[in-house]
Design a protein around this ligand. Sequence first.
Ligand code: FES
Ligand SMILES: [Fe+2]
Length: 340
Amino acid sequence: MPRDPRADAYPMPAYPHGWYAVLRSGELRRDAVVSLHYFGRALIAFRDADGRAAVRDAHCPHYGAHLGVGGKLVDGTVQCPFHGWRFGPDGRCVEAPFAPRIPKVSIGGFPVREHSGLVFVYAGPGEPAWEVPEIPETLSRRFAKPIDDACRARIHIQEMRENIVDESHFQFIHGQREPLVQDWQADGPLAEARGRISRRIFGRDIDNSFDAFMYGPGVMVVRTQGPVVSLTAVALTTPVDERTSEMRMLYYIRKPRRLPFLTPCLKLAFRAEALGEVRDEVRIWDHKIHQPRPVLLPHEKGIRTLRRWYEQFYSPDFAAAPGPTPAAPPCAEHGRNVGD
Ligand code: FES
Ligand SMILES: [Fe+2]
């Protein structure tokens, strides 16, 4: 179906500033350079000699080679495949073969944190003023290994987040009996929406409560509790470029205390029920347009509330200048190695 050009038009900048998860920790081995593409930029990720993660721009300042295409890790630095210049985790050039002295150049990059089994980057102007807290379920034995479901859609990431406060769609897409009820609280870049969901699963009506904790524009943790299954969904939304956004969902199912062997069955049932609903949403997102002034019913005011909260993450500085950022320590107090 041809795309209406309005489906790619947004009044807000493409890249809200905040923390975004770009990798799961296990995807960043200690011996390889990983190529990524987010925020309309070619990026690389690697680990320094101490195992700390770094995420930098991919192109070499010398002559433009892509450091993720044939680049090697040498003592925790990335060696360019073309003429052997090497760059440290802070982006600085540390070696240039045959140069009389090492050129004072560096590759741009992002402040990085690693915790909860995820590598986060801060995309925005300056240094981050807030942090994403650890997500205890990601390391707890009471929860099964996550169901990992990633997809990309032609939609702005703000609209992916609006989904959680779009109370009416829960009936049509997610099989609720009626629009869910929500309370909203915000504190700067953090916000929380609490509510109740009632849905039919395998022919039975099940009541669940949920708490959605939002940590800036790109990270949300939704804890759902109910009589059949309790689950924590980590929703990671990251801009790929000006037209495309990625949504990676990590679903951590709590193992039933008395019947832990049922966990694989729960996972199978969850996959069968929930993942198709996400695909239905992606199909809608791919073609929907942004309505700056949607016609909202009285119970749909959450969309307006979320939009007001989300406005704080737009910065003309970052949207206009996706160039190098000042070098920063790649990992602070949260640093964690893959094998920890
Ligand atoms: S292009 Fe990278 S060292 Fe020359
Ligand atoms: Fe939804």
